[in-house]
Unconditional design. Structure first.
Length: 696
């Protein structure tokens, strides 16, 4: 076994490799691009491309690809070899700066939400030097953005990068008021990835898992998670082997996989990396997800990344840990000195304002067909956005709002007057698990994203909304300095906190009282994707994206279309899979079993006149009633499904899917599940929850 320090990052063209391989002038100017966002010229790109190619070939690579994230949310790649024929029957391996900087995939089959008609299908990919290139399966992967020839973003990365620039610019303005001049301010992301592992054999027998990623049927297992024995439990050998290979592969790719453990639900696990800048952090998460899916097959396993593969036990999320950093200072870290604390309060207040003002957009950013089974379903955070600050910070905010003295847990009285701000301790006592947006000491943890989602959307929104808060603060403070600035800043903070107090909620987000209280506070509660998506195209949202150059109105509209279409397509696939399984697997099985019970009754009665067959007759009645109920729901689903797909308007279709089709699907499922527990095991056509959840 190679040492971790030797393999870590061995397949990444990282700063260390750059420094080793590039002439120092090239290295310096590339670093300026990476660290300060300065543009890169073609001369530099040529030198970098050559060094990258040499390095990649030494590592066994034969191909390169522009690795990008179309609006499907997953990553895409098309491999080109380095091969360049010389004309005399031989070939050399070549790779130019132009090939590094720009690529032209035939983009006609990627979703664009009407931005790009197929006759002008060509989009192009552009190198993103702020995320490292890496080698995966003998292919040099170059992280890229994906745009149309008219300049519109066709991917998830471009707006994220734009939002990072926006926050960089505004945060620097704010920091300048504190006399600080960092080169670049970036946001950071650490994505905790939850997933399930089940056996390939079981998976192969479940059409629903294969087609939709979740079980559309299945009665609750005899034991769920109530014994609390799986969470942090000893990891079983096969899973352990899988996790070890996963770590090794990720480390080679420079993904700092740090923590692995069993999660709450049976067969559920989690991997958490060490955070990185948002762009790299999200790329790493996508690589992690891909490696998980591919490596599972080495162990006869399938990795399920759906948000709710099994009903009745926990689903899978992807906590988005988020902060803002100058590279040296975490700006959400409460400081040591009063001025550091004032800066912290300015940034904290900015986050509170951003989350309150754009709560619907944040909710929208994690709305998917899969996540709808999770949010608000009594184990994930609710579909309502609120923020948890913890006792100490909560008390400080209250004190600021009410203008009263604050006494810390250590009983140190703190003067909230002009120049002496509290020197409070990092709050690490509370662990509220029910809050969708929790302060965890020196970062926020956004817990709504589902396990399958690409985190670019929610980070893009968070960053842009935060850029707006910071801009407003910087505008209001313009020209102020010294004590005048401090006094104005504190007054501003108090005013903002008072205005946005409604978003702070430190109680139990799973309680029945909370939605009622949230409604009283005027907080949004969009339970389904169909309800959550329209806010994307609100004038307020479009104005935000346009103000910071993150998305143009046509880009916003196209993304809304793509999200709607995807939701409708997924529900459509689920409905079709359901009907197919009921007609071809469940009904025949239950019918067979009913016929067997009936014939047993006749046989026994014939052999023993007057035998008491009451139990069997009851069972037969139950089976026949179940068959009837299944048929009724199947007809209802069939009729409504046809009516739904005939709707031309995608939003109307989404509304019908959310409020008519999915509820019928629930009823159909319940009817089939009821039969599962009375039908003989040998007749049941698929592995059950009991079979699937406890073996691997
Ligand atoms: P938790 O608070 O959930 O118990 P940790 O403190 O270990 O757990 O952090 C969870 C995740 O948050 C990890 O992926 C970690 O790298 C990430 N994280 C820590 N600090 C930051 C930060 N400043 N910005 C973004 N993510 C961070
Ligand atoms: Mg966490």
């Amino acid at each position: 076994m190679a040492k971790v320090s030797e393999i870590y990052g061995s397949m990444v063209f990282n700063e260390h490799t750059m420094q080793e391989r590039l002439p120092s002038a090239t290295y310096k100017s590339l670093l300026k691009t990476i660290k300060e966002g300065k543009p890169l010229d073609i001369e530099v790109a040529n030198v970098v491309a050559h060094a990258m190619k040499e390095w990649a070939i030494e590592k066994g690579a034969t191909h390169y690809t522009h690795w990008f994230q179309p609006l499907t949310g997953i990553t895409s790649e098309k491999h080109d070899s380095f091969l360049d024929p010389c004309g005399d029957g031989r070939a050399i391996m070549s790779f130019s700066g132009k090939e590094l900087i720009q690529g032209e995939p035939d983009a006609s089959s990627f979703p664009s939400g009407g931005l790009r008609a197929t006759f002008e299908a060509r989009g192009y990919t552009a190198w993103d030097p702020t995320s490292y290139a890496f080698i995966k399966d003998e292919v040099l992967c170059i992280p890229t953005a994906f745009c149309s020839y008219t300049g519109e973003a066709l991917d998830k990365k471009t707006p994220l990068l734009r939002s990072m620039s926006a926050i960089d610019e505004q945060a620097k303005r704010v920091l300048a008021l504190f006399g600080e001049k960092p080169l670049r301010v970036t946001t950071t992301v650490g994505a905790e990835q939850e997933y399930f592992l089940i056996s390939e054999k079981d998976y192969a027998q479940r059409q629903d898992l294969i087609m939709t990623g979740r079980t559309l049927f299945g009665y609750a297992p005899c034991k769920g998670q109530e014994l609390e024995e799986h969470y942090f439990g000893a990891i079983r050998p096969t899973v352990n082997e899988f996790m070890k290979e996963l770590d090794d592969e990720l480390w080679k790719l420079g993904v700092s996989a740090k923590t692995k453990h069993n999660e709450v639900a049976p067969a559920q696990h989690e991997l958490a990396p060490i955070f990185a800048n948002s762009n790299r952090g999200i790329d790493e998460n996508l690589l992690t997800m891909e490696k998980m899916r591919l490596l599972a097959s080495h162990y006869g396993l399938v990795c399920l990344q759906h948000e709710k593969p099994f009903e009745g036990i926990n689903g899978s999320g992807k906590h988005n840990n988020w902060s803002i950093s100058t590279g040296k200072t975490n700006l959400l870290e409460p400081g040591e000195s009063p001025m550091d604390n004032l800066r912290f309060l300015v940034f904290l207040t900015g986050v509170i304002q951003a989350v309150d003002d754009y709560q619907e957009l944040l909710r929208m950013s994690v709305a998917t067909a899969g996540n709808d089974h999770r949010l608000g379903a009594n184990e994930a955070p609710p579909a309502i956005i609120s923020m948890f600050l913890g006792d100490e910070l909560g008390a400080i905010v209250d004190a600021l709002i009410d203008d009263h003295e604050y006494t810390s847990a250590e009983k140190v009285a703190m003067d909230l007057g002009v120049s002496v701000l509290p020197n409070f301790l990092r709050d690490n006592t509370d662990r509220n698990r029910t809050s969708p947006f929790a302060f965890t000491g020196n970062k926020f943890e956004f817990r709504m994203p589902g396990s399958a989602v690409n985190l670019s959307d929610c980070n893009m929104i968070l960053n842009t909304a935060m850029a707006k808060s910071l801009k407003e603060f910087a505008d209001a403070m313009e020209g102020k300095a010294g004590e005048e600035f401090e006094a104005a800043a504190i007054a501003y903070i108090k005013d903002m906190l008072t205005k946005h107090q409604r978003i702070i909620f430190n109680g139990n987000g799973y309680s029945d009282e909370w939605p009622v209280e949230a409604e009283r506070r005027g907080l949004a509660n969009h339970r389904t994707t169909a309800d959550a998506l329209p806010c994307f195209v609100d004038p307020k949202s479009i104005a935000l994206f346009e103000e910071f150059g993150v998305l143009s109105e046509p880009e916003v509209r196209s993304r809304y279309e793509v999200k709607l279409e995807k939701y409708n397509k997924l529900v459509n696939i689920e409905a079709r899979t359901m009907k197919r399984m009921v007609r071809r697997a469940y009904l025949p099985a239950i019918n067979d079993y009913a016929a067997e019970v009936a014939s047993n009754i006749t046989t026994v009665k014939a052999a023993s006149a007057g035998a008491d067959m009451g139990q069997q007759e009851d069972l037969l009645k139950k089976l026949l009633a179940g068959i009837k109920e299944i048929n009724e729901q199947l007809i209802a689903l069939d009729e409504n499904h046809h009516a739904c797909v005939a709707l031309e308007d995608e939003q109307e279709q989404a509304n019908m899917n959310a409020h008519t089709i999915l509820p019928i699907m629930d009823k159909l499922r319940a009817a089939v599940d009821q039969m599962e527990i009375v039908t003989d095991r040998d007749h049941w056509p698929v592995p059950t929850y009991n079979d699937m959840l406890f073996y691997v």
